[in-house]
Ligand binder design. Structure first.
Ligand code: ZN
Length: 260
């Protein structure tokens, strides 16, 4: 009898027949979460180009009111209580500017907030003067970059993660200016590196050439609900379906932690 039941269930699965009472769709009755999108219109042109395209990308993800989002180019009007209305903040080539904004963002993250940061949102040098940012990112200060922006071979470091779901083991990412930090996050046991540039890219660059070193580009610090992606330079970043999937997965992972 058990064998017969197993055969019937197997046939149903193969044929696409769904058992009574089950339904494959999971439709939201209302918006699933709230997202704050923050970018900087005073950044360099290529960083603003990416940020405007990411704004449009997020808009398309929200179709059907799957989620609600607000867009801002300043955190001046977003004290901690305002930030806490959002399940996640997406930052494209922008960081909190004043001490008040930095302090509130730090508390937002320490109290369970979500963050997806791109490219220059992870830029920190001695002039940034914000030690917590290094702790949050899990690395040292900005070290060097490749130039001009160019495509590069990426390797998925963790294949069984929601952020890398359905990505190939290797893919060529669209043109970007790629950053290194010193020390890199690979030296930090609290960081999980999900995607890196392949060592086979070296020497990488034409004007500014990077010759060696681990090259993580997507990672998460385990102490926070965060993910950082080094992508975010210029107007070609959304030309690759594979990378678009990675970005969608990353936003989804932070926004829907219980539905991954
Ligand atoms: Zn850049």
């Amino acid at each position: 009898m058990k064998r017969l039941l197993a055969l019937i269930i197997g046939w149903m699965a193969l044929s696409g027949v769904v058992a009574a009472g089950e339904y494959p769709g999971d439709y939201a009755k209302g918006p699933r979460f709230r997202l704050l999108y923050y970018y900087d219109t005073e950044a360099e042109v290529a960083h603003v180009e990416f940020a405007e395209q990411l704004r449009d990308f997020i808009h398309r993800l929200s179709y059907g009111e799957g989620f609600l989002y607000d867009v801002t180019t300043s955190l001046e009007a977003y004290p901690l209580d305002s930030l806490k209305q959002y399940d996640l903040i997406v930052m494209a080539n922008a960081l909190p500017k004043t001490d008040r904004e930095r302090g509130d963002f730090q508390r937002y993250m320490e109290e369970g907030g979500g963050w997806v940061g791109f490219h220059a949102s992870g830029y920190n040098d001695s002039s940034t003067n914000w030690p917590w940012l290094n702790e949050f990112l899990g690395c040292g200060t900005f070290y060097c970059n490749t130039w001009p922006p160019q495509p590069a071979l990426c390797e998925v470091n963790v294949s069984d993660h929601p952020v890398t779901k359905n990505l190939p083991g290797e893919f060529v990412a669209p043109a970007c200016e790629w950053y290194q930090w010193n020390p890199p996050v690979t030296a930090n046991p609290d960081v999980e590196v999900l995607v890196s540039l392949s060592q086979r890219n070296y020497p990488l660059g034409i004007k500014d050439i990077v010759h060696f070193g681990p090259f993580p580009i997507v990672w998460s610090h385990r102490h926070y609900r965060m993910i950082y992606l080094n992508m975010g330079h210029g107007d070609l970043e959304f030309s690759c379906p594979t990378q678009n999937l990675l970005l969608t997965n990353a936003i989804r992972w932070i926004a829907l932690p219980s539905n991954n």
